[in-house]
Every structure is written in structure tokens, then in C-alpha cells.
Design a protein around this ligand. Structure first.
Ligand code: PMM
Length: 279
């Protein structure tokens, strides 16, 4: 999943794609580089970002989604917590909804997803955008994330969403400090207990910066390590800014995972010559 933030203030790419033409060109580039889907967002979730009214968020994302759809782009998701924005994005051609609040912020969101029958990402987040970065506390971070995602799934199902529509995301960096985010990555396989596809979004985030002491522009290798860890830990989707590089990471991890099941077959399909020259 490639990230396309149509915002002035996202933490790593804010302002780069606020112009609709630049955003559409970026979206097409992400597909060209190997993204299977592109996530279009119009509101930054970074600490201290101002709330964006729904009409402004719609104004940012809808023309970009419509235009990408007109160009025959691949799957498009809309990154929003507001049902009004999600509805307009789906009307404009989006295929799925990515709600970082796990259907908690807008009581209409679950019903909309149920009626439209589209897939939806439920992400784990505690509190609201304003408060979530203040001293998050957990006794057992992965146990609590798993339990709270289970509650989000139950909320969705009560509103008529089929379990098969849901994709789960532990919410790296959302109401989690660096230690919590690292623990979530380490214990990702535990999410398989919920029996749904898993999405993880570690790209360029501050847990990488804190661990490696690097600014946001120098987190490519840290992102690659995190992407490798989560794919090997069972993630089905990764949400990333650096698509060409991460496609390589994901393909290699997939080859490693498949080789455990059928080593010779994988080598053949990947065109890997038999014998080892040690290179
Ligand atoms: N992270 C951000 C925004 N949306 N959605 C999901 N499902 N998972 C994430 O981890 C996630 C998200 C924040 O990153 P950005 O500001 O670079 O888009």
C-alpha cells in the first residue's frame, strides 16, 4: 500500500502533493513502482496537527481519487475517520476505507461500510488525535492491542459489517511510544489469533528515528528493516511511502517465506539458478 497524503502538514511528505495534479502523478508513480493499492488521505494525524473540517478533507481527496480512477489506477483506499469523507471517496471510485480510529470516531462509519459492502481497515488507536501521544500506558501492549481490535471487530459486526470485510492494523506510533511500537512489531504473529488479514504502517515513523537517532529523511533503511520484520511476522499489507524500495524488501521476504514450504518450486518460479556460487 503506497501512501499519498494530500495534506500540507503530514510528518514526512506534508505539502508535497497538496496540488491535485502533483498528487495524481504521485499516485500513478506509486502503482508504476509496484504498489497494489494506494491510500489517499486528506488529514494529518501527526502530534499537534489541526483538525480538518470534512468539507476541506473532501475537497483534498475526492478530485484526486476521481482522477486516479479515470486513469485506470489500481485499488484505492481513503484514509479517513469521517463517514462523510468516506462516502464521497467511495462515490468517486475508492475501493476501501482505511479508518485509523477503528470505527470509533464517527458512529456512522460502520453503517456506511456495511451498506456499501467494501473492505475496511480497522486500526488500533487509543483516545483521540489530540490526546493519543501523551504518555500512552500499557501493561501488555500486544495483548491489549489484540483485545481492543477484537472490540472494534465486534462493533463493526454489530453494525452489519461482515467479518470478511475487515483488515486489522495494530497502529504503529498511534498512542504508542517507541518501545510499544517495537514490541508490537516483535509480537505481530499474535494478531493471527483474530484470523483476519493484517496491515502494518511502520514507514519513516518516529520509533525508527528514536531507535537509530535519525531524522525523518534518513529512515529508509530502518523502514526496510521494519517492513521485513512484519512481513516475516505475518503481515499481508504494508503501508509505505518508499514503494520501489519496499517492493524489493517485500518480494524477498515473500520468497523466504515460500521457500520454507517448497524450496525447489520457489527457486524455479523466481528463476533462481540452482547451485550456489556464494555471491
Ligand atoms: N499511519 C499514518 C496514517 N494512516 N493508516 C493505517 N492503517 N496505518 C498506519 O500506520 C497509518 C495510517 C501516519 O503516517 P503518514 O502521516 O505518513 O500517512
Amino acid at each position: 500500500m503506497g501512501v499519498l497524503n494530500v495534506t500540507p502538514d503530514s510528518f514526512s511528505d506534508g505539502g508535497l502533493f497538496l496540488d491535485p495534479e502533483a498528487a495524481v502523478a504521485r499516485g500513478l508513480d506509486l502503482f508504476e513502482a509496484g504498489a497494489d493499492l494506494v491510500d489517499v488521505g486528506g488529514e494529518s494525524t501527526r502530534p499537534g496537527a489541526p483538525a480538518v473540517p470534512p468539507q476541506e478533507e473532501r475537497r483534498r481527496v475526492v478530485p484526486v481519487i476521481r482522477e486516479l480512477r479515470r486513469h485506470g489506477a489500481g485499488l484505492l483506499s481513503v484514509d479517513t475517520t469521517k463517514s462523510e469523507v468516506a462516502r464521497a471517496a467511495l462515490d468517486a471510485g475508492a475501493d476501501l476505507v482505511n479508518d485509523v480510529s477503528g470505527f470509533r470516531f464517527d458512529p456512522e462509519m460502520a453503517g456506511l461500510v456495511a451498506r456499501q459492502g467494501v473492505p475496511a481497515v480497522l486500526m488500533h488507536l487509543r483516545g483521540d488525535f489530540g490526546g493519543m501521544h501523551r504518555e500512552p500506558r500499557y501493561r501488555d501492549v500486544m495483548g491489549e492491542v489484540t483485545a481492543e481490535l477484537r472490540e472494534s471487530m465486534a462493533r463493526a459486526e454489530r453494525a452489519g459489517v461482515a467479518r470478511g470485510q475487515l483488515i486489522l492494523d495494530p497502529g504503529v506510533g498511534f498512542a504508542k511510544d517507541a518501545g510499544h511500537s517495537l514490541a508490537v512489531l516483535a509480537r505481530l504473529p499474535e494478531l493471527q489469533a483474530l484470523d483476519r488479514p493484517v496491515l502494518v504502517g511502520p514507514s519513516r515513523k518516529s520509533f525508527i528515528g528514536k531507535t537509530l537517532d535519525l531524522p525523518v529523511g534518513q529512515r529508509l533503511m530502518g523502514t526496510a528493516a521494519a517492513v521485513a520484520a512484519v512481513v516475516l511476522g505475518g503481515a499481508h499489507l504494508v503501508r509505505v511511502h518508499d514503494v520501489p524500495e519496499m517492493v524489493q524488501v517485500v518480494r524477498l521476504c515473500d520468497a523466504i517465506l515460500s521457500s520454507a514450504a517448497a524450496p525447489d518450486e520457489v527457486a524455479e518460479t523466481a528463476g533462481i539458478a540452482s547451485g550456489s556460487g556464494g555471491d
